[in-house]
Write a protein that binds this ligand. Structure first.
Ligand code: DAT
Ligand code: MG
Length: 155
């Protein structure tokens, strides 16, 4: 079965806390994602604005952009046969109160602080995964990965 790629981010709130950073990383490993690429970076505000442009105009947009540029983040390209949905399920719902109630063991349910400072990001579709992977890993060629590496990884 073909593998799917997703972009996962660990946001500044979770990178700043060593135990939370480690717990989120362990979730990635124990769920048997393949870590295709990983980097840590400090994001410029303009990059955050572009990345979250679909939310421009929402009441939380400014807060979100400031937060995402407030400290180091960790970005991953993750591969799994159901990468996009699996990572989103592991993260749990966007909003922290809901996450704590409907998915208390999820990453956001366990570690989320507020609706904005909610530990992690995950792509929500194949199209957004491609766009988001390119934003963080401009040297990564998805096409070449599917041609040269993915066939060798299939189970
Ligand atoms: P998700 O990150 O689950 O894909 P989203 O794409 O709707 O959620 O929103 C992107 C981010 O914006 C989200 O992770 C945190 C912030 N955000 C969303 N809704 C919010 C709200 N109601 N209040 C504060 N921040 C919010
Ligand atoms: Mg989203």
């Amino acid at each position: 079965q073909a593998l799917q790629l997703t972009l996962a981010l660990i946001k500044p709130d979770a990178v700043a806390h060593p135990l939370i950073l480690e717990a989120v990383h362990q979730q990635i490993l124990s769920n048997k994602f393949l870590i295709v690429r990983m980097r840590e970076l400090l994001w410029r505000k303009e990059d955050c604005q572009r990345f979250y442009r679909e939310h421009e105009g929402r009441f939380f947009y400014q807060r979100l952009v400031e937060f995402m540029a407030s400290g180091p983040i960790r970005a991953y390209i993750l591969a799994h046969k159901d990468a996009i949905q699996l990572w989103r399920t592991l993260m749990g719902p966007t909003r922290v109160f809901r996450a704590r109630h409907v998915a208390p063991d999820s990453i956001r349910g366990s570690f989320g602080l507020t609706d904005t400072r909610n530990t992690t990001h995950g792509s929500d579709s194949v199209v957004s995964a491609s766009r988001e992977i390119a934003a963080f890993f401009p040297d990564f060629s998805e096409q070449r990965w599917y041609e040269e590496e993915e066939p060798q990884l299939r189970c």
